[in-house]
Design a binder for this molecule. Structure first.
Ligand SMILES: N[C@@H](CCC(=O)N[C@@H](CS)C(=O)NCC(=O)O)C(=O)O
Length: 242
């Protein structure tokens, strides 16, 4: 039975799993899901992931959620090159250190910028208080500074000379605010140089293909159907605005 991967490439964790699988020539059945249509709350997807989040995989009878766990599973199952998730104890610990840090540091702030700028006001029709937006931008800025001096330092990549899962997870998250027109690389030449290295390692074609949707997100939101998001509205507003 083939490996199924459930993805919506507007989502950062989905992009990292997608890039990782494609880059490593892992054969999979790409289940294209639209989170904004609420597919994740349907009966069918509930059998794949009771957490109702993407990404998720089904490998035979085995279902797995959480992007980091998924990529670690794929790395071990398909024996991907060591640099992605190094066997060396301390290099692996560096990768794990970043993977543990990013959830509440980079990812959450990048997400907030997209929701506050576009989805909440333009699709759900709810005004976002300016201080919420200012806070998200300020927090992202502080996290990018920490990313630079704590995680990247003067190395080409987070774990040293070679790209790892940490760089992959970092780049897809740092790209997210670009979807709302916020150029996070402006005035950050070191971050931009790292991004260019990561893009080159991944391959420009795959990198650009995976990010195509988020980079044209300002256009994409105009086509979203607010009615389809209505059942999720209360939950979203509570999560982001309360
Ligand atoms: N920690 C999870 C996060 C998964 C997650 O929050 N996915 C979002 C998209 S970025 C989702 O599926 N949201 C759907 C919902 O909450 O309705 C991971 O890394 O996979």
């Amino acid at each position: 039975m083939s490996l199924e991967i459930y993805l919506d490439l507007f989502s950062q964790p989905c992009r990292s799993v997608y890039i990782f699988a494609q880059k490593n020539n892992i054969q999979f059945d790409h289940k294209k899901i639209s989170l904004f249509d609420g597919y994740q709350y349907g009966e069918e997807f509930g059998k794949i992931n009771v957490l109702r989040k993407l990404p998720a995989i089904k490998d035979g009878d085995f279902c797995l959620a959480e992007s980091i766990a998924i990529m670690m599973y794929l790395a071990e199952k398909f024996h991907t090159p060591d640099h992605w998730y190094p066997a060396d104890l301390q290099k692996r610990a560096r990768v794990n250190e970043y993977l543990a840090w990013q959830h509440t540091a980079i990812r959450i702030h990048g997400s907030r910028i997209i929701w506050f700028n576009l989805l909440i006001p333009k699709v759900l029709g709810v005004e976002v208080p300016k201080e919420k937006m200012d806070n998200a931008v300020e927090n992202l800025d502080a996290s990018l500074t920490l990313f630079d001096w704590k995680f990247l330092q003067d190395k080409p990549f987070i774990a040293g000379d070679q790209i790892s899962l940490a760089d992959l997870v970092a780049i897809v998250e740092i790209m997210q605010p670009l979807g709302a027109g916020m150029d996070v690389f402006e005035n950050r030449p070191k971050l931009k140089a790292w991004k260019d290295r990561v893009r080159e390692e991944i391959g420009a074609e795959l990198f650009d293909e995976a990010h195509q949707g988020i980079l044209s997100f300002q256009e994409a939101v105009k086509t979203l159907d607010p009615k389809k998001m209505e059942p999720m509205k209360a939950k979203i507003l509570k999560y982001f605005l309360s």
